[in-house]
Design a protein around this ligand. Sequence first.
Ligand SMILES: [Zn+2]
Length: 274
Amino acid sequence: MRYSWPDGQQCAVVLSFDFDAESGFLFREPEKAKRSLADLEERRFGPRVGVDRILRMLDRLRLPASFFIPGWTVEHHLPQSKLIRDAGHEVGAHGNVHEAVDRLTAEEEERVMRAQLRILQDLLGVRPQGYRSPSWDVNHRTPGILKAHGFLYDSSLMGDDVPYEVPTDHGPLIEVPVQWLLDDAPLFRHVYGATNAIADPARVFELWSREFAGMYREGACFILTCHPFISGRASRVMLLEELVAYMRTFPGVWFTTCAEIARWHADGGSAPRP
Ligand SMILES: [Zn+2]
């Protein structure tokens, strides 16, 4: 085995949700955001419908999940953010207004970090253990900033498919790795005028279930990243439910949160690789 999981289990699975709402659009296209109600409403489907639908699904399946929420979204969609917290799911940090840190100076990145932590603390009473970078954009400074602010882990990088560590000046930061194959946006998100076709949920089931079977054989961690405004659509919630049912036919799958995986890694649970 490449990695040893609790109780001799074979692999780990996390359903993670990046609850962006309008924040990413506001950061990337602030001028268009002043004109376009259509773009804002597309994203408001997340707080208006998607979050509740996903929470009900998780409740039906009795599954924990990790939600990464930008500060702006907590401020502007507080009832939904509280529902997530009150359902017992993990709440992690995800920027303030979904800033891609590549565009920020060191001072701005530090300011954004402080702002998001303050909002999560003041409005939700949450001190997040984990961080997911907006757009999975991480610069060379970011891991050190996370470590300096006391984060246990990051979940934005693709350098392995089991937990690993990123060195920083403040000590190693645990990484709970992601990958594009397990992100709903490239498959389901349609941008008007772009050539990407919307994927058939049956094809995505095929893709994700095959990846799961491979990750299971490898003893890896399957971190799925979905967005309530994309995967909160009815047929896609059904897809997630079918995927979990499929994964549950395998023995020894640890359904958990990113924070639990990071804690397991921090406690030295992982065995050295052969
Ligand atoms: Zn996001």
